[in-house]
Design a protein. Structure first.
Length: 186
């Protein structure tokens, strides 16, 4: 994940939250993505239940204000699809994005691809790592390394990367606030 030094895998703390390191890795080195990691005083299952329930996304995300499962799905599973209603940059334009679950390991990881038709544009991923007295949760995004995405990233990537890092931090802060205040709800 992007919260660690690419060579050593060692966490790169940025700003402590409640005495636990939080790291933010903005896009760099030609990579088409970024990540944010935050400590939460909760169990992996408590955090995972909030992240993987896409119908609750509007409680946490500053851009995606609602989502619904598609094709008769009622919850997360590998290959299931959902659509998210997005208000880009929190202001607009507003549109629906169809997503496909790529990884679905309870208490550990949840990821999904955002696409248009059969074209995968980017991947959003949440990884949960148990630590003393809680978990580290990393949210990341990575654009599919297509020529179109490389051009987009070269022109708008720095600004969009900052927006996504800010949005991921807000999302994780909201999940943290919810899971620590209401540990039994999931």
């Amino acid at each position: 994940m992007g919260n660690a030094d690419a060579d050593s895998g060692a966490p790169q703390p940025n700003r402590p939250i409640n005495g636990h390191p939080t790291s933010r890795r903005p896009p760099r080195g030609g990579k088409l993505g970024a990540s944010v990691t935050m400590f939460m005083a909760a169990s992996a299952d408590q955090v995972w239940s909030r992240i993987s329930d896409v119908t609750r996304i509007g409680q946490f995300s500053p851009e995606t204000f609602e989502a619904e499962w598609l094709d008769g799905a009622t919850g997360p599973a590998l290959g299931t699809r959902f659509r998210g209603h997005v208000r880009r940059n929190g202001r607009g334009p507003t549109y629906w994005s169809v997503c496909t679950v790529l990884e679905c390991e309870p208490g550990r990881v949840f990821s999904f691809a955002v696409g248009v038709g059969d074209l995968q544009l980017n991947t959003w991923r949440y990884e949960i790592v148990p630590v003393d007295e809680g978990v580290h949760v990393t949210e990341s995004f990575a654009l599919t390394p297509s020529w179109a995405n490389r051009i987009y990233w070269a022109v708008l990537g720095r600004a969009r990367g900052r927006t996504n890092v800010r949005g991921m931090r807000i999302t994780l802060e909201r999940i943290k606030r919810d899971v620590e205040a209401n540990p039994s709800s999931g």
